[in-house]
Ligand binder design. Sequence first.
Ligand SMILES: [Zn+2]
Ligand SMILES: [Zn+2]
Length: 214
Amino acid sequence: SQRTILVATVSGLVTSRCPSFSCSPFNDRPMCRICHEGSSQEDLLSPCECTGTLGTIHRSCLEHWLSSSNTSYCELCHFRFAVERKPRPLVEWLRNPGPQHEKRTLFGDMVCFLFITPLATISGWLCLRGAVDHLHFSSRLEAVGLIALTVALFTIYLFWTLVSFRYHCRLYNEWRRTNQRVILLVPKSVSVPSNQQSLLGLHSVKRNSKETIV
Ligand SMILES: [Zn+2]
Ligand SMILES: [Zn+2]
């Protein structure tokens, strides 16, 4: 809004000094309101009800903004864009699951799982074999003790796996919800042709200068 006021003030000054609108710098080059670049790299769109310098935007800039802000409407005029949201693949999350600490936790838990699974399996198998041997030599107490140990080992292993899995599932679902690929469903005709852009610029100067007077 500070920028809007500045633009309004500057354009007000320009229009009050110039007899015609031709010398206003805002007429010459319409730019994207997010990256402030012109239409040389990518066509500018005017997809919402905003006009003037705030009315033009690149498709990619808008899609990126809608994706990162997790909204589907213009933050200024509250126009609701027609968008299609596509969830990103799981591989992308595994590669970059978010903040640094989440990345570390996911990596650590995956390494732990890969180490603990064979370890738990081997220990369980050895315990059971020991129990069978003890039963064979009719020392029941040791056999029962070893079976109890195996059960305890597997309970702890399953509990840890379940808790970690649920934790990462929750993080993944949250990531999936907030990191969707946004595709703007704007027909090509909405894209602003160059002669109309200068008219839009003119309109904004008029509008802004009116705002300055008020
Ligand atoms: Zn842009
Ligand atoms: Zn708008």
